[in-house]
Design a protein around this ligand. Structure first.
Ligand code: PEP
Length: 249
């Protein structure tokens, strides 16, 4: 067995109001949550402070994105890493497929954000993943290596980074990658880290899978040796999330 602590993140996307957020906090506080899993939830920025105030300390909080500097004349931007930190968050998701493909964020901007978030002392959930047409034209490795390399150029301390492999065709579609498909890409990514960063970083960095993870499919995915946890969207809003946290129990 490896030394990597299982990591499960819940990405709420643009969902929730105080009433539904209270329901999520209740099932997380009731648990019980596997102590061998590191758990992080990522509410919309406006609820970060509210959630942190009510959630037990065994669950960390994360922003879903942030701007690339701490403050300034950037009207309408919703959160910087400094502000997320000020309200108790310890992680930021960067490069999520919806940021890349709905909002047009490119590798260069995502890299600049990565550098800034790490300078603030927060962790980065670094998201990568190929589109369906890229997979079908055998470009999966090329795409995920390019995206990982844009992150890596801005990372000096990998202990603060979790790499999230999220094939775009699997996000929010109900079409989960098979355990074999996930394992194959995770193993390639770990080899990329060994070849391009270091053997130690490759061995220690958590590579988590995201894309239609559910209470029903999490256990089998979690048996794969290079799948070190999950990033969960839709199912993180439901009590099923507790079963996903406990996938290895
Ligand atoms: C995500 O938002 O990162 C995600 C994987 O979503 P879902 O679990 O809903 O596919």
């Amino acid at each position: 067995a490896n030394q990597r602590k299982f990591f499960v993140g819940g990405n709420w996307k643009l969902n929730g109001d105080k009433q539904s957020v209270d329901g999520i906090i209740k099932f997380l506080n009731d648990g019980p949550l596997d102590e061998n899993t590191e758990v992080v939830v990522s509410p919309p920025a406006i609820y970060l402070d509210y959630v942190r105030g009510k959630l037990n300390n065994n669950v960390a909080t994360s922003a879903q994105n942030c701007y690339k500097v701490a403050k300034g004349a950037f009207t309408g931007e919703i959160v910087s890493a400094a502000m997320a930190k000020d309200v108790g968050a310890t992680w930021i998701i960067l490069g999520h497929s919806e940021r890349r493909h709905v909002f047009g964020e490119c590798d260069e901007l995502i890299g600049q954000k990565t550098k800034y978030v790490l300078e603030e002392g927060l962790g980065v959930i670094a998201c990568i993943g190929e589109k369906l047409e890229e997979r079908e034209s055998n470009q999966t490795n090329e795409v995920v290596f390019r995206q990982t390399s844009a992150f890596a150029a801005n990372i000096s301390d990998w202990s603060k980074v979790v790499l999230a492999y999220e094939p775009v065709w699997a996000i929010g579609t109900g079409k989960v990658a098979s355990p074999e498909q996930a394992q194959e890409v995770h193993a390639s990514l770990r080899k990329w880290l060994a070849d391009n960063v270091s053997a130690e970083v490759a061995q220690k960095t958590r590579i988590i899978y995201g894309g239609s993870v559910s209470a029903g499919n999490c256990k089998e995915l979690g048996t794969k040796p290079d799948v070190d946890g999950f990033l969960v969207g839709g199912a993180s809003l439901k009590p099923d999330f507790v079963q996903i946290i406990n996938a290895r129990k």
